[in-house]
Design a binder for this molecule. Structure first.
Ligand code: OX2
Length: 801
């Protein structure tokens, strides 16, 4: 949009006056942020209205991306960038004597997700809008986010993430679009006048689903799509009907807190209610919207695509069936044809614990009509497939089995497309996790490698690098990130490589300032910044990284005179509140940090920083400062990974196993520009099949490893006697489920190589450049374009070369 700086400053001052009735100089940064957000919403109002009107007028096919979590990060800067008014607004604010950075930081970071899955969903919303595609998001408006992580005595403590405290300036409450979601009760079939049977629901617990819409602003294209988040409230009858406090609480609880856990059984019934709540509300609203422009269901699947982001929204399948059968009198076959043609599903993990299933009794009690429909899907599936594939295969893949409703199987059976998120992951789905279903429906399976919102992670998070790239190759890459590839022309340009190093230093200084101010640790910005940021999980193997730190520590202590390449090891990670092992690892890292950081003999040769409360905003600070990107999951376990892509585009070199999208990163940037190590996925499966992995053998055969592992239990690291022992036992008594011991030697060898290579600044920067140049292919714009072409069949405007 066009905006004159003087118009902006006038508008802003007026906005402040109207909202707060005080002078500008008396407002806080938070108030300034809210007023600015309000003003942007107004500036963008026509775009938002016209976008949805345009989709309706042209009767465009719409995609609805269902995800139980979205992790959008702060929106102020990305909205300013996408509206093309970032410079005008920041300089206008400066003219008014305000601090633009501070205003940006006053925005709360919505804690509406917990990791890569949710960040991916938010990135795809941005990409859909930027491609000019009719894409909508559908999720839950959690009153409280995941949790705010603080460390007390090195332990993770979870505080409530009250992100909505001051409201959410980007949202619009649309009470007139609310709908009722029913739980529990009895279902029976009532004969109608025309002798047909219709289900009738008695004694249900009704919940009002109220949508809050957030505008998803497209990049320089005037498009604004909608992310719709549902809030659970008392139904309209509440004024006339008595609701006990317990009933009220039950309703309010549905959207109160983001389910913090992917590893425990607690609150499972609440989680199931959350899943049905947003699935049902979303589908009801889609059907209602479809019938604004159509008077029969014939074109439904040509006009609507529903995407199931991991299994949590799988109940959209029986819910759409319910509406078609019970409210539109469709026959089963017609309803099933429409439903499967509409639905598509992405699987994000091969980890068994994340393949959701619900005890039938719980499911039936909470969702009796939906259960009847799932039973019928199951019955028909068995009847159709058993004669062809035999009862063993069908038993293993049917929606109902072992007393459970199996969500992943239901999602595959009820969708026309099933995709994994990196080539290796998709192959493992076909070969292992969903092998039987792949035999039955080979045509459904396809791969869509993940992508990241590069405008956020490069253009916004790393302004110095963006400026440098613009100077060299112009700005076309902003529209077509693959054009970053042209940077390779400068791979031997000493001046450019030097400038790259300067940019990195600037970003490291920025991070060092934050660390000094918030953690009182002084960082040596000449050191290698070695970064591991992701959820804390055994398979991601933060422990292997810990071993390297212990090794470095012992080495410096043993050889105080030896010259070493200084290191700063940086972690950011939240552990699920009930994930005991992960919390022990956090305690160990913090205790190790205390030991190392306070040892005079170590000085600034080695530092360990565990930044608390890692999230999108901290990622934006840490990632541009990274030299090394730790992507060290046990091969086969990380479906894709996305921090690997964000770090790559900011010029970090990957230290990586051949897992997930690491493989594709290495291919794109060239293996000479990354450090790969460890067992391959085939080797890991080899151990599984033979059953002959012996961690003890690796331990016995490597004295250095023995010393490192013993440091967990011999008092080297103070105050971890319980946690150290648990981890020690997980390795030696329980045979090291994630092959840390097997990969140790190769990992350490690569770490040593890094320490030596880092000293050759020019060669290092050349490798860094190769990463930046090759990173464009991991832009979410391309990923979403492929979803649109292959799966959703929705048109989009932008041509991506
Ligand atoms: C994550 C996967 O673990 C990660 O590898 C992937 O990059 C991300 O999803 C986005 O696809 N919960 N989180 C994930 O999967 C599940 C389930």
């Amino acid at each position: 949009m066009k905006l004159k700086e003087s118009d902006f400053t006038t508008d802003f001052v007026n906005e402040i006056k109207a909202m707060y009735a005080v002078d500008l100089k008396d407002t806080s940064a938070l108030e300034q942020f809210i007023a600015l957000g309000q003003l942007l919403k107004r500036y963008n109002a026509d775009n938002w209205t016209n976008t949805s009107k345009g989709y309706r007028k042209n009767d465009l096919k719409q995609v609805y991306y269902f995800s139980i979590e979205f992790l959008p990060g702060r929106l102020l800067q990305s909205n300013l960038l996408n509206l093309d008014i970032l410079d005008t607004v920041s300089s206008g604010l400066k003219k008014l004597g305000l601090n633009y950075e501070k205003i940006c930081q006053a925005e709360p970071d919505p804690g509406l997700g917990n990791g890569g899955l949710d960040r991916l969903a938010a990135g795809y919303m941005d990409a859909m809008a930027s491609l000019g595609m009719a894409g909508n998001g559908n999720g839950i408006r959690y009153r409280y986010g995941l949790f705010k992580q603080v460390f007390m005595n090195g332990y993770q403590v979870e505080l409530p993430d009250d992100w909505l405290r001051n409201g959410n300036v980007w949202e619009v409450r649309r009470e007139n679009r609310a709908c009722v979601v029913r739980f529990g009760g009895h279902v029976w079939l009532q004969e109608q006048a025309d002798k047909t049977l219709r289900p009738v629901y008695d004694y249900t617990d009704d919940v009002l689903a109220v949508p809050y819409d957030i505008g998803m602003v497209g990049y320089h294209n005037g498009v604004t799509n909608t992310l719709r988040l549902w809030s659970a409230e008392l139904p309209p009858s509440a004024d006339h009907t008595y609701y006990s406090q317990k009933q009220r609480d039950n309703i309010n609880d549905i959207t109160k807190v983001l389910y913090p856990d992917d590893s425990s059984d607690e609150g499972r019934s609440l989680r199931l209610r959350q899943e049905y709540f947003f699935s049902s509300a979303g589908i009801q609203s889609i059907v209602r919207h479809y019938f604004l422009e159509h008077n029969n269901l014939k074109q439904f699947a040509q006009k609507v695509a529903v995407h199931i982001n991991d299994t949590h929204p799988t109940l959209v399948i029986p819910e759409l069936m319910r509406i078609l059968l019970d409210e539109y009198d469709c026959s089963w076959d017609v309803a099933w044809q429409i439903t499967t043609a509409t639905m598509s599903y992405t699987n994000h993990t091969i980890m068994q614990e994340a393949l959701e299933s619900w005890p039938i009794d719980m499911f039936k009690g909470l969702l009796p009509r939906i259960y009847q429909i799932v039973e019928e899907i199951d019955r028909r599936y068995r009847n159709e497939k058993t004669p062809i594939f035999g009862s063993k295969v069908v038993d293993n893949t049917a929606p109902l089995g072992n007393g459970q409703v199996r969500m992943a199987y239901l999602a595959v059976i009820g969708s026309h497309s099933v995709n994994g998120v990196a080539p290796l992951h998709t192959e493992l789905l076909k070969k292992d996790v969903l092998a039987d279903l792949y035999r039955i429906y080979p045509e459904k399976f396809n791969n869509k490698t993940n992508g990241i919102a590069d405008r956020r992670w490069l253009e916004l998070a790393n302004r110095p690098l963006t400026k440098l790239i613009d100077q060299r190759i112009g700005m076309n890459w902003h529209d077509n990130p693959k054009q970053l590839q042209t940077l390779t022309a400068f791979e031997n340009d000493t001046e450019f490589l030097h400038q790259l190093a300067e940019v990195k230093l600037t970003n490291k200084q920025r991070l060092a300032e934050y660390v000094k101010e918030n953690m009182n640790i002084t960082l040596n910005t000449d050191a290698i910044f070695d970064v591991q940021i992701k959820r804390l999980h055994a398979y991601k193997r933060q422990l292997l990284h810990v071993f390297e730190i212990i090794r470095e520590y012992q080495d410096i202590k043993d050889n105080p005179q030896k010259s070493v390449t200084p290191r700063v090891h940086i972690f950011g990670a939240k552990a699920a509140p009930s994930y005991h092992y992960a919390k022990s690892v956090i305690k160990v890292i913090n205790a190790l940090a205390d030991l190392v950081n306070n040892d005079q003999a170590i000085g600034d040769k080695l530092k360990v920083v565990f930044v608390p409360n890692y999230g999108v905003s901290l990622g934006e600070l840490i990632i541009p400062a990274a030299d090394v990107s730790e992507q060290i999951s046990t091969a086969s376990k990380e479906a894709s990974g996305t921090s690997n892509m964000k770090l790559m585009t900011n010029g970090a070199l990957s230290l990586a196993t051949l897992d997930g999208a690491n493989i594709d990163i290495v291919k794109a940037a060239g293996s000479e520009n990354e450090y790969t190590f460890g067992l391959t996925s085939d080797e890991v499966y080899g151990y599984y099949h033979r059953g002959d992995y012996q961690a003890q053998k690796f331990f016995d055969g490597n004295q250095e490893l023995q010393r490192v592992v013993n440091a967990l239990i011999d008092g080297t690291i103070p105050e971890i006697s319980t946690e150290g022992r648990e981890i020690y036992n997980s390795l030696l008594q329980y045979n090291d489920e994630y092959f840390v011991m097997a990969d140790y030697e190769d990992y350490v060898a690569k770490q040593k190589q890094i320490s030596s290579d880092f000293n050759d600044v020019k060669t290092w920067q050349k490798k860094s450049l190769a990463n930046i140049a090759a990173s464009g292919t991991f832009s979410a714009d391309y990923a979403v374009a492929r979803y649109a072409e292959d799966i959703w069949q929705v048109p989009f405007d932008r041509i991506l070369k």
